[in-house]
Design a binder for this molecule. Sequence first.
Ligand SMILES: [Zn+2]
Length: 304
Amino acid sequence: MPELPEVETVRQGLLQGMLNKTFDDVLVRREGLRYPFPEDLPTLAGTTVVDIRRRAKYLLLDLDDGRVLLSHLGMSGRYTLFDSDEAAAAKPLLRTVNGGVPVSSFGDQTGHGGKHDHLEFIFTDGSRAVYTDPRRFGIVDLFPSEEEATHKLLASLGPEPFDPWGAKDLASRLQGRKTAVKLALLDQKIVVGVGNIYVCESLHRAGISPRREAGGLVRKNGAPTKRLEVLVGHIKDVIDEAIEAGGSTLNDFASVDGTLGYFAHQFAVYGREGQPCEKSGCGGVVRRIVQSNRSTFFCPTCQR
Ligand SMILES: [Zn+2]
């Protein structure tokens, strides 16, 4: 599942392929994914992409007519960008197989024979962006920008783990919480999009047990403890490094799914159950436990 750094990598890739381009048409191949597609998707034609932002794991494409095209990759969503030469070479644009279900002719490049290429965005310069999503948990929405602040998917999100967010903000949200710090950091109302892998890595770097009570990292007067300040520094570092690793793998018109970011990144505890802790002088062994149905990897020797 793409996490925040991977989605940020996708955002950077889409910026390269979509910024300042004007939609010519949108091909819609099914009713929807997690939710039905907005009926007015075809009205994108004639609008221009003026910016691409990210809020948590939502990609927000700002259009020149004042609307926002929201896209969430769900479990398995990805975009593939084709320049005009590549798109022209893939003609005919639609093949019909399996009882009349139209299949993308880009199937060789996007995988799965094209049958999971649910949306195709065609730009006036002939380039295309194909959205592929085998598990169909992705989300697409289209709404006026003034509705963004109250949008049902965006309104209750916590702050992003970037500047100017800091230990003070986190302390105010953790104060009095009895829940385990690992679970609190995965709560999107406390901080958005850090994600399971990066929470495990940050706690390991900070030497904090994932089972520690979240409120215990806050002083009685509501100020962050030294340990919480250290943890916040590591969260920012881990996210920054992952974005950098993902960004360095991007090329123009490459497949934009962010998974390359995972491979480029070396994890110290995540997925390393039973292997020696990499912290120098620790000598511990990485353990896996399950918290709230999700795997936690940590070193019981140096994480207290
Ligand atoms: Zn250790």
